[in-house]
Each structure stands twice: as C-alpha cells, then as structure tokens.
Design a binder for this molecule. Structure first.
Ligand code: GLU
Length: 462
C-alpha cells in the first residue's frame, strides 16, 4: 500500500533531475574520438544532441571491449545508454532493449590484398579469424563453427576495430569480421584491406538501454530518433561521417597514405602558419591543397590555374602572390582567398555548413553558388544547408535551370565532388593527427600511419 503512495520517478525524470545523461561508447573513428575541437564521432554527436534535446549534460565514457560495455550499462550511477555502433542480436535482446535503428550496416569478411580472396563459408576453414570479444560478429562466428567445426576463430578482448584491421593489413591474422561502416571508414588507414564477402544480411545499429520498470528513456530516445530522421539531422550526420567514405577507393587510399608520408611533411609548416594566421584549421587547408594538386607545388592545369593551391592568375594577384609555383606563397594565397570567400557568404549560413559553402565557392565561384542557393529556395529547400544546396549545384549545367540564373552555366557537379573529397581528406588528417589521451592505438595497434605522424601528434600536443 505504502509503495503505491511513493512518488516514484521514471528513469527519464531521474535523468532530468540529475541533469546528467551518462552514456557509454567505444573509442573508434566511427563512434567517438577526440579531435582538435574536442569530442567527435557519429555516435558522440548523435547522443550529445539527445542530451541537449532533453536539457541535460552528457557524460560519456568508453569501454575497453563490448562485454565490458554491456556489464557497465545500468550499474548504479553508471551509464544508462550505450551508443557504440551496436547491432541488436538475440543474445543481447535478453539483457538490453534496443532503440529504433539509425544506421543500416552489413557484416563483412575482410582479407588482405594479395592473398586469395575467400568467397564463401567453406573458404573460412583453416584461416586465422579474429573478431571483437562480445561482438555480434563473434556470435555469428560461434554459430558458423557449430555448423562447420573446421572454422577456427578468436575473440580479442583488447582489440578495437582499428586493431583488427591493422592485423589483417600487416598479415598477423588472415581475416576479420566487421560492420561495413567501420570498414569503409577505415579503408584509407589500411591500404591492404579488402572486403571478401558479406557474411549475411544487412542489420541495423541502434542504441541499447537497460530494461527498467518503465520505458520512459527508451520512448524518449525513439521519439528523438524519429525527430532527427524527420528534420534531416540524421541524414546530415550520416552524410558527414559516411557520405564520402568511398571517395578514395582502395587505390586512392594507398596513394593518399604514401603522399601523407612523403609530401605533406614538406608543406605542413606553411599550412599551419597560414591557417593560424587566418584562424582556420590547418588540416582543412592541407585537405584543399591535396584536392587541388596532390601537394605538388609546380602543377599547372590546362585552364591556367597553377601551383599547390591551384590559384588563377587573377586570384593570385588579388591575394598578393607573385609566384604561384612557390608552395609557401600559394598556400598563403589559398588561405587568404578561402577566408575572403567565407566572409562574403550570407551571414545566415552557420558552421559547419559555412565551411562547405566556402569550399564550393572556392571551386565554382561565389556567383554560381548564389545561383544554386536561389534555386534551392525556389524549390522549397533550405538555402543555408549544404545538403540542400548540393542537390541544386549539378543543375547549373542544365539549360532549363541555368537559364533561370544570374550567372548562367557552370559545371555544377564539380564543387560537389570537390567538397566531398576535401571533407574526406580533412577527416583523415584529423584522425591521424588527433590527440591520443590514452595512447592506446599507438602502443597496442602499432598503426603505421599513426606512427608516421607521431611528430604531428607531438606538435599538436605542444
Ligand atoms: N557492431 C558490432 C557489434 O554490435 C561492433 C562493431 C564491429 O564489430 O564492427 O557487436
């Protein structure tokens, strides 16, 4: 009787009263990591927005492995939500509740380029296979082993996705099994990895919560995810993190890794200096330089643009560049020009869209960009959102559309690729130069690219 009179607060009310949402995740490029601005990653952004949405602070921590993640979930004063690229499975459904899905992924068998490509389950026998401990992939492999005992696999409780890929890449293990989003995103860091085949059908990633005596938190999460789907936020996040992952492809990834090692160090100091001068991120400036010239200071195009940042004669003159083939001057000119464009953009355009608009204008000119924004408005889209204006840009090469504009015909598809490529290079540069609070990846994973860029990391922490 007395119990019925006690005013028991729902899980959601308790979170709101405490003012803190405790979440747990994994430290990987697709989920959560630290970059120059602090916390980042698809899961991090999505869960941070949820905390904002319910008006509380986010407290996020990382688990060493998936078993550890699930065992911490729901502990007194522990995390109440796991946002970690999790796929629901029968086994997990006995312990936790899963939210609405927000990302479709496919489990993929990964092998090393140069080795015979496994094409079916029979080919897995006799190979060394490793998966994350406690992952859905380990569950999948356990089932397969029951059907075919010749399949051997190991579960690692210390490895993260990057470590498994690293081990395949350097030949320590033959195969691993991972979600497609992680594979695509990491391809560039591990040039030798290849997808052998999809192991089963697509599944969905979602957040996990502990079943309580009420479903208040889960209901709120589902309401929030539906809202994010409807208002385009989820689409924007997916585009930002996964939309451009295949820009490079396998060959491009390999080349980029080489250029990162051989070319970037020669120009890094100039990127840093002029970016600092203009208050932009040096990695963005370096990403533009890579897109423009693959970090080659003496290239010249048929259209007359030249140098590392591929400036036109007029732009170079306006920016005070006397020799476009001088890398330092070219970078200075590029930084100045980018800033000039950025300042010219409509003040209603907020970051990060502002940066993407500035890049598009760097490539196609601000007049054409304004035309595309006008077309977006006309079509009922948001002229201040890159995702919306991006759809309009290719129309500038179709007469029915460009005839309605002020500046007329433009090769509007180009700035779309231009921005996507730069976003990709920027992301990679951010990841390889990120601060490593726990130095985990470097020590244990022996990641080649991270090793190459130890000097960058050191400079960044200075
Ligand atoms: N999605 C996997 C899981 O839910 C973890 C990430 C991965 O192995 O790619 O277990």
């Amino acid at each position: 009787m007395l119990g019925a009179c006690v005013n028991k607060h729902s899980t959601l009310e308790q979170i709101k009263e405490n003012g803190i949402l405790r979440a747990i995740t994994r430290n990987s490029p697709a989920t959560y990591f630290q970059d120059h601005n602090g916390n980042t990653g698809f899961e991090y952004e999505l869960v941070k927005l949820f905390a904002d949405d319910i008006g509380v602070k986010l407290e996020i921590k990382t688990a060493n492995n998936l078993d550890n993640l699930f065992s911490q979930l729901g502990k007194p004063n522990g995390p109440v939500i796991a946002a970690a690229g999790l796929v629901s499975s029968e086994q997990r459904a006995q312990q936790v509740l899963f939210s609405y899905p927000y990302l479709e992924v496919t489990p993929q068998i990964i092998y090393r380029h140069g080795q015979p490509r496994p094409t079916n389950l029979v080919d897995l026998a006799g190979k060394t296979i490793m998966a994350l401990k406690g992952s859905t992939h380990a569950e999948q492999l356990a089932k397969l082993k029951k059907q075919n005992p010749a399949i051997e696999y190991e579960e690692s409780d210390v490895a993260e996705v990057v470590d498994l890929l690293n081990m395949v890449d350097n030949g320590q293990i033959d195969l691993t099994l991972l979600d497609s989003n992680e594979v695509a995103m990491n391809q560039v860091y591990f040039p030798n990895i290849r997808v052998a085949f999809d192991l089963g059908n697509a599944s969905n990633q979602s957040w996990a919560v502990v079943p309580g005596d009420d479903n208040s938190l889960l209901n709120e999460i589902n309401k929030y995810l539906a809202k994010m789907e409807k208002n385009g936020t989820l689409k924007r996040l997916k585009d930002r993190y996964y939309g451009h992952v295949d820009v490079l492809g396998c060959v491009g990834a390999y080349t980029f890794a080489q250029h990162l090692q051989q070319r970037l160090p020669k120009y890094e100091k100039h990127f840093r200096a002029y970016a600092k001068d203009k208050n932009i991120d040096w990695r963005l400036l370096a990403a533009i330089g890579y897109q423009e010239s693959l970090w080659q200071p003496t290239v010249t195009s048929k259209t007359g643009v030249r140098g590392l940042m591929m400036l036109t004669k007029n732009t170079a003159q306006a920016m005070g560049v006397s020799n476009r083939l001088d890398a330092k001057q070219s970078i200075m000119g590029g930084a100045k020009y980018l800033t000039k464009i950025k300042n010219k953009l409509d003040s209603d355009i907020a970051e990060p869209d502002r940066t993407w608009f500035a890049l598009a204008a760097y490539n196609v000119g601000i007049g054409h960009l304004e035309d595309a924004r006008m077309l977006a408005k006309k079509t009922g889209l948001n002229a201040n959102k890159w995702l919306d204006v991006r759809q309009m840009l290719p129309r500038l090469s179709q007469k029915q559309w460009y005839s309605q504009t002020r500046y007329g015909y433009a090769r509007g598809g180009e700035p779309v690729h231009f921005v996507a490529n730069i976003q990709r290079y920027y992301d990679i540069l951010t990841w390889v130069t990120k601060p490593h609070p726990d130095k985990r990846e470097i020590i244990k994973g022996n990641l080649r690219i991270l090793d190459i860029h130890k000097d960058m990391l050191q400079k960044d922490s200075q």
